[in-house]
Each structure stands twice: as C-alpha cells, then as structure tokens.
Design a protein. Sequence first.
Length: 588
Amino acid sequence: MCKGTLAKFADIPARTLEARTSFVTSSFLSTILWPSWERASVHKRARKIFLLIHLLTNAYTILKHSIFERGAAAVGLDFLSHIFWDKYLEFEEKKEAHDRIVKILERIIRIPMHQYARFFERYQQLSATRPVKELLNPETYEEYEKEIRAQVTQPEQPMAENEEEPSAPAPISEKSDEQVETEIRARIHQISVDVYMRTQDETNKRWIFEAEIKRPYFHVKPMDEPQLSNWRRYLDFEEEANDEDRVQVLYERCLVACALHEEFWHRYGKWLQSKNRKLDALGVFARATSVFIPANRPAIRLAYALLQEERGQKEEARKVYKDLLEAVPGHVETIVKYAHFERRQNSGAVPEIFTSNIESPLLDERAKAFLTVQYAKYLWHASNEFSVEKARDIYQQASNKYLDSKYFWLNYLNFELAQYDAAAEQRIIAVFDLIRGTATIPADTLRDINLRYADFLAERGTSVALLNDIESEVGAPSNAMAFQLATPSVSKKRGAEETYNPPTKQARFDSPAAQHAGVAVSPQTASQPYYANQPAQQYQQYPAAAGVAQPYAYQYPQYGAVTAAAPAVGAAGAWDYSQQSAAATGYQ
C-alpha cells in the first residue's frame, strides 16, 4: 500500500485491532503514518500504544529471524553447529511456529554434524503430528496425490465352487482421502529415512578428521604438525567432495585455529580463485596481511599483489611490493616479481630495480649473480634490435665477478647457444674457453659443460680439430655410455670407486626453478615459534629461448642470508625452514 493511502486509512475509525494491525505492519517505518495517527481522538491513545508495542514486537521477531538466518548461512554447516540449531528451534518454539520448526528440521537432517540423529528423531516425531500438506510444498503434494490416485484398485472376487470363471469384474474403486494421505506419509517417511542414511554416511566420513582436532580455537602457541596435517587432509577431503559451501565453512573454521599459519590463508585464497571468486580471494588476502601474517612472510603478500594487479588495482599492488621490500630488504623473489610487475606496466623502472639491488650490500654474491642473469634475460627479451647486445654486455661485464656461480655460467652459455648469426660460433667457443679457463665451478658441472661443448662442435661447429681435442678430453663416450651417463646410478656407494664418475642430472640452463617456502624470516624474528613450517612451493620459472632449455635447480636465499652458512635442503631441493641457526641460511 502507498503511504498516501495508509495516511487516509489511519484517519478512519478502526473497527478492530486486526484492521489497524494489518496496514500498520505493512509500513511501520512510514514518516507519514504516525503523524496521521496523532490527529485521532484522545480516547484512542491507549489503543495506539498497544498497537505500537505489537508492531515493535513483530519487528523484533522479524529481526531475530533475520539474525538466525544469517547465522545459518555462516555456521549452519559446521560440524558442531548443533548448538546454534538448538537455539534457533528454541526461538521458534516460543512463538509456537510449528510449521517453521518442521522446515528448519528438514534442513538440519541433511547436514552432516554432531548429534545428527537427535534432530532426525525430533523431525520424525513432529512430522507425524503435522498435516501432510504442511510437510510438502504444494507442487510436490499435488504430484504425489496424482500418482497415488492413478493407482486405482480393483477388489478380487472369490470364485464359486461350481464356476470355472469369475463373474463380471467388480467396479473399480478410487482411493479415499485417508488412503492417499497415508501413502503420502509413507513416501515422506521413506524419503526422510534415505536422507538420514546419507547424512549418517557423510557424518562418519568426517568423524575421522573431527576426532583429531584437539584445538579448534585460536591460540598464539604453535600448532603441532599432526594437527596441521589433519587440517590439510580434512580440507583435501572437502575439496574432493566439491560442495562449495561446505568447503568455505571448513576454511573459515580452519582459519580460527590456524590463523597464524600462512599456508592456510594462501590455500584458501587460491581455492577461491579457482572458483572464479577473485573478489572474495582479495578479501581473504587482505585479512591475512592486515592482521595475522607479519610482513617478513612474503608469499601471501606476493599472491595478494598479483591478484590486485589482475583486478586492475595497479597502485595498490605496487604499494604491496614496495612495502614488502622495506620490510624484507634483499628478498630475491620479491625483487624479481616487482621488476616484472613494472615490466608489465611499461613504467621503465625495471633497470633501476635490478641495478640497485645488484649493487646492494644486503645481497651476497650468489644472489647478485642470480639477479644479473634475470636482468640480462629481461634485456634479451626486450624485443628491439639492441636487446641481444645489451644482454651480452651484462654477461661480459659480470664474467669476472661470479667465477664460482654455476647458475651464471650455465645461463651465459645458454644465451650464446641460442644465437644463430654468422659470428655465433666464435662467441660460443669463446664462452666455453672462458668457462674452462677461469670459472671455479664444481668438477661435475664442468664435465657436463665439456659434454655440451662436444655436442655443439659436432652439431654446429666447423672445426674438426676442436672436436677431436674435446672428445679426447672427455673420453668420447659411445651411445651406450651416453645413455648410462644420462641415467642416475642405482648404487650410491660405487661412485667413489669408479674411475669415471657419471655426471649428475643434466644442469638446467633456462631459468631458476627457484624454491620458495612461502616465508622469509628476518633475523629479528627467526627465533619466534609462532608459525609452523610451511610447505615448499615451486617458484614460477622465467622461460628462456625455445629449444635450449636444460634442467637446472636454483634456491632462493632467506632474508639476511650469510654466504658462509649452508641451507638445509630437502629431497626436492626446497628450503627446510625448520632448521634455523644463528647464522641465517645462504645459497648452496
């Protein structure tokens, strides 16, 4: 009803309380309605006060319904949500809203939760006392009724002793309303039993994980590894079940207990992105970075900046990178990702980012060698006529600085091998000679390079004399031996006893498969036990030219690395952050 009609209706003497309630309830916040009531006679003021109380009570009821529904959306799927549902049902019982109670119970019995059987028993008891039409929506009731009435019955007639065939068939009888209602109730019961069995099965599947949760609340103490492992497996299970609402509820519940563990925030954000919920993922990253995860844990902030850039929030992403470099100066992965962020913006700031950090005293020589290679690759792929020469200048200028950097020399060699101009052969030979003459790299790496040199001379070289010399030096392995060299040795004990050690796995030339564990601990916070170990994550490789990529592993250093300290490296080549020492880890 429009406000003008309501105002005129308010001036008419109300015949009954229900009449006034019907239209006042429809617009109890109207600014026109209440002044109109003030023009009523004085003897009606008591009635108005009563109506006001009645309206406020109704408004309070509506508000509480809204609050409970918001609660159901937030925690209704939680395994321990029986406490919430008990309160919701208690509220409806006070209002004697039995129809609403039935509807709520129909929702509850489908949720795998603690005490699911108690709610099912209550639903069975209540549904048996309610009208059938109250248990089904009108469309379903009509469908069931038509199906049942279509199943007409024809009573059997007994045959007389002296008759071979029965008499004329008895008239078909239709089912009575009571029979129809009984059969509909039987259907409802069977459906509810099927629902109960499914809920029981799903509850039992989750009980395995729930039984292992010892601390469902937030605490500053570090959570032990079995608990973290249980949360990971629980999340894996729900993600495989592919119920998006249940997965989200479990993530939110997990982050209460594991709020100080970066991996779960990162995982939650990535899961939301996989569901194309980028805005929700931004909110998760914002919560993590603003409250729970300190700035010396870069992984979540790098993911946050990348998503902000995708959403068009370029300045916000740039601020994240700059703030991170202020909090964790010298963090190599942040430097590289920030440089490529600026490259995508065509800002012209990339050379300054690389050169300033290469000259920074905060980085050790191996980190500088890595950044030098990244800078050369950036110049190489700049897509202009001088890009190759600029990249070559970077390699040549740095060739006397990083004599022991296997990563630098392999990428320098890879760069020249990717060139096919007229002078390429002489430059490649010069790089090989430079490596063999000045580089102080491990013997097995040098052996690999010599083999590559032999391959180059055989495939692209023009000097047979050089080919003969290098084959004599490396032993000119046959095809069978070459296959054996490419295959890892089965025995770990024979290596030192053999006269010729097979080389290690083929070195990667293209780019660093830099491992980052999602954390970088500053010297000031290295002793803090608030955060558990984070799983290693592969750092995105930067592609080299096609056809020349070779496998090569590179590890990022931790913030504040000391070159004399060796990192604890796991089987997959990832940093082991559980082994912090007084001297922070460096490069291998």
